[in-house]
Design a protein around this ligand. Structure first.
Ligand code: GMT
Length: 374
């Protein structure tokens, strides 16, 4: 098949999922065309089946806002026609599904539009009255719609009263990236002593990630046990967390690593991951930790309970319950057998239930089904 993919190319779960999907589809012999404002950040290897079409936006003085959405729709239509795309798979309803509908109407070559909902468009933007009806329009005008969790599919139907079926296709990991042949990174390189436990949190530090709760839980753990908190990623609440760490006297114990590319290698340092978000349609960060064999303590929110099996691959705690998150973390740190068992369970679930092999086949089946519909 000839498949176009549009996603936000910057660091973030949806961009990672879209890019890894494109890479896997190319490996399976499909021709994949990324259409985006810049090269997706995980698209580092050359592959003869992968093409990149950059959307360029003119910044005319006369326009107050650069017309990115129109430039994207135009580029999509151009690629649909020039490359005879069979499917255009867009990640996020706004603006991507809306642009795809416009492009489909503009193009001469017939194409099927598949939209994947990742969460923020539904759980955050739906509250914005200026966007609600255009999100619904993008969803209802797609040929097929998927959501990254059952929870998100249900929420979408509840909020938007959508007319089209929404199928769950979970996030995935490529087990090959987690099959380490090299020695794990040395704790000492990060100034971590052998007897210190490592707790990790990875996110874009937006308020929905509740990073202050992570810090609070870590502080409680630290009062009972030598430990370091490794923060991976960057975003608006980074400075809040760093100031709070200093106020709690934890500067030496909180290591801020910023945005990182070698995530699987880094996660090998961790004993436990904390993901205490108030909104999370899936939680790819949790899945990535599980793929390394790291148990995750996560909140009972959105798609997180579809990823973490409570007491088997980690723990599910209520939102805002930093004390309970600390108690579960300590339970893992002080019971090596339990931690090992849960770590093994986490890895097993990640690489089997959420393996790229399984999930990419689900997307392929959706594309094929669409191509058989008139
Ligand atoms: O978590 C974020 O804020 C980033 C966002 C994105 O657009 O990349 O992540 C969303 O999509 C990921 C991939 O499907 C999911 O794993 C995340 O749970 C989801 N984030 C939220 O729902 C907040």
């Amino acid at each position: 098949m000839k498949i176009g993919i549009t996603c936000y190319p910057t660091i973030g779960g949806s961009g990672i999922v879209a890019t890894e999907l494109g890479k896997m589809l190319a490996e399976r012999g499909h021709e994949v065309h990324f259409i985006s404002s810049s090269l997706p950040f995980r698209l580092e290897h050359v592959d003869p089946n992968i093409y990149f079409h950059e959307v360029e936006v003119n910044h005319y003085q006369v326009f107050r806002y650069p017309p990115y959405d129109l430039a994207l729709a135009s580029k999509m239509a151009e690629v649909i026609d020039h490359e005879s795309l069979d499917v255009l798979h867009v990640h996020y309803a706004v603006p991507h599904a809306v642009c795809a509908k416009l492009a489909k109407d503009m193009a001469r070559h017939p194409v099927k539009v598949v939209t994947t909902l990742h969460g923020t468009d539904i759980t955050v933007l739906a509250d914005d009255p200026s966007l609600k009806s255009v999100i619904r329009y993008g969803i209802n005008n797609s040929d097929a719609v998927t959501a990254v969790s059952d929870s998100l599919a249900l929420q979408t139907k509840d909020i938007f009263h959508t007319e089209v079926p929404i199928e769950t296709v979970h996030n995935f990991v490529d087990p090959r990236l987690y099959d380490f042949t090299e020695q794990p990174l040395n704790k000492a390189k990060f100034g971590i002593q052998d007897d210190e436990a490592v707790i990790v949190h990875m996110s874009n530090f937006r308020p929905v990630k509740r990073t202050p709760d992570v810090l609070e839980a870590f502080h409680m753990v630290r009062q009972k046990q030598k430990a370091k908190l490794l923060l991976i990623g960057d975003g608006p609440e980074r400075s809040v967390v760093m100031d709070e760490a200093a106020a709690r006297g934890l500067e030496e114990d909180v290591l801020f690593l910023g945005s990182q590319r070698q995530v699987p290698e880094l996660l090998q340092l961790a004993d436990v991951m904390l993901l205490l978000s108030e909104k999370e349609s899936f939680g790819l960060a949790a899945l990535e930790a599980m793929a390394v064999g790291v148990p995750v303590v996560g909140t009972n929110i959105g798609g997180i309970p579809e990823v973490i099996v409570d007491q088997e691959t980690g723990y599910i705690v209520p939102l805002g319950a930093a004390e309970e998150a600390a108690r579960c973390t300590l339970e893992l740190l002080t019971s090596p057998n339990k931690a090992e068992l849960m770590g093994a369970g986490a890895k097993d679930r990640a690489v089997n239930v959420f393996s790229a092999e399984v999930v990419v086949s689900q997307y392929e089946a959706i594309y094929e089904r669409q191509l058989n519909v008139d």
